[in-house]
Design a protein around this ligand. Sequence first.
Ligand SMILES: Nc1nc2c(c(=O)[nH]1)N(C=O)[C@@H](CNc1ccc(C(=O)N[C@@H](CCC(=O)O)C(=O)O)cc1)CN2
Ligand SMILES: Nc1nc2c(ncn2[C@@H]2O[C@H](COP(=O)(O)OP(=O)(O)OP(=O)(O)O)[C@@H](O)[C@H]2O)c(=O)[nH]1
Ligand SMILES: [K+]
Ligand SMILES: [Mg+2]
Length: 457
Amino acid sequence: MEIDTIAAISTPVGEGAISIVRLSGPDSIQMANQLFKGKHLMEAKSHTMHYGKIVDPTSEEIADEVIVSIMRAPKTFTCEDVVEINCHGGLIAVQRILEMVLEQGARLADPGEFTKRAFLNGRIDLSQAEAVMDVIQSKTNKAMNVALNQLDGKLSRLIRKLRQELIETIAHVEVNIDYPEYDDVEEMSHELMQIKTKYVEGEIKKLLQVAEQGKILREGIKTAIIGRPNVGKSSLMNSLVQEERAIVTDIPGTTRDVIEEYVNVRGIPLKLIDTAGIRETKDIVEKIGVERSRKMLQEADLVLFMLNNNEMLTDDDRMIFESLEQLNYIVIINKVDLERKIEMEEIMKLSKGAIISTSLINDQGSTELETALSTMFFSNELSSDEVTYVSNIRHISLLKQAKASLDDAQHALALNMPLDIVQIDVTRTWELLGEIIGDTASESLIDQLFSQFCLGK
Ligand SMILES: Nc1nc2c(c(=O)[nH]1)N(C=O)[C@@H](CNc1ccc(C(=O)N[C@@H](CCC(=O)O)C(=O)O)cc1)CN2
Ligand SMILES: Nc1nc2c(ncn2[C@@H]2O[C@H](COP(=O)(O)OP(=O)(O)OP(=O)(O)O)[C@@H](O)[C@H]2O)c(=O)[nH]1
Ligand SMILES: [K+]
Ligand SMILES: [Mg+2]
């Protein structure tokens, strides 16, 4: 297959100091050389940078003053010849240079195509390629660490090890089938399969257990702010996101619909959800809002249940306490600047969660709330250095399937089924694990995965 030369703008579109047009493929150096006034690039050593100008070869007009990086195959991002033209930031220069490169015969890269080439040329496997995207999309330091670990091949190494364990048992069974006269091999195979499938299943279970944590790192902890109308839920939302995101008025029932916003509280990613105040109402629109609030309450990873210090507890409040029974929650007593009317003793009895006092109009209590949040999150936290996290939905789904097929294998072993039958499940597990790192992934899957990348990556 003929490999062509691709090009794209690899920096975000907009005003900035520098923008980069990246080329990869066998003709990239020659194409850049056609446009470059400066040192002759064909002779340039690998991994060198050159100052000069990009000049339109027909009009001889100067497009920009640039620095060009030359990186020769195979030790490059794509394992192909790579050229990076560092031009001035802004829209015009970089667009014009890209057009000139395309006129030289380069093809505009598909989204993710540079990374895809790194994968197809064997520099990284599929889970590492996916990690490249995770690095770009990481919103917190923690998520970034997880992605960097995966980029470094941590998950891949573990998956390879597990596949190796499985292949050993498969090999044993093969010997068995080919040389049925060796009875002892048969016995060994049976025992070995039991041991190995159990071991691999245990490892997969561990990965799945921490996967939930990984999902939280990526998507944020779904945190619903719940409470009766007018207690100050939207005020809390605005205080945490530090902008006037939700409408705040002194009219009960102001928030009618669910409002979502991402925030980062001391490194913990929260997906904050402001909801309509929960109360019995005849207003049709508000009623729908209240129903949504109840739904959000059930779906949340964490509930911030807000009460008004200046009012006595109501049956609505007590009902909310009941529905919190199975959930993680923090109780927030707001408006402590006003006279205390709420029954604190009763709250202490009702609440299993932390209780925080705030006065949002005076900016009071947010530090305590942040502390409570981080205590909660880090108390059952696993450090990303020791544990291999899986945060990718595709990987989680494959791990679950792999676990199910190991269950089948063990079931068959328990029933003393013939080993060549058990082997079908073991082989299937081996294939499923292979899909994570791309060893047994189909071409259409690979195309689909890379197409989710951003342009120029
Ligand atoms: N200018 C620039 N900066 C960049 C990138 C880039 O492509 N260009 N990257 C794009 O994501 C990231 C760096 N990632 C990279 C990963 C691998 C290789 C690479 O050349 N690997 C070779 C050689 C390694 C070596 O010299 O030891 C290899 O693994 O064989 C380059 C960049 C972030 N910064
Ligand atoms: N005194 C006092 N007033 C507050 C405090 N926090 C919020 N308020 C006021 O309480 C009123 C209601 O605040 P919101 O944030 O709209 O309350 P909400 O719970 O979102 O109300 P709904 O969306 O209607 O359910 C507004 O007038 C706020 O300014 C506080 O700590 N002390
Ligand atoms: K209100
Ligand atoms: Mg509101």
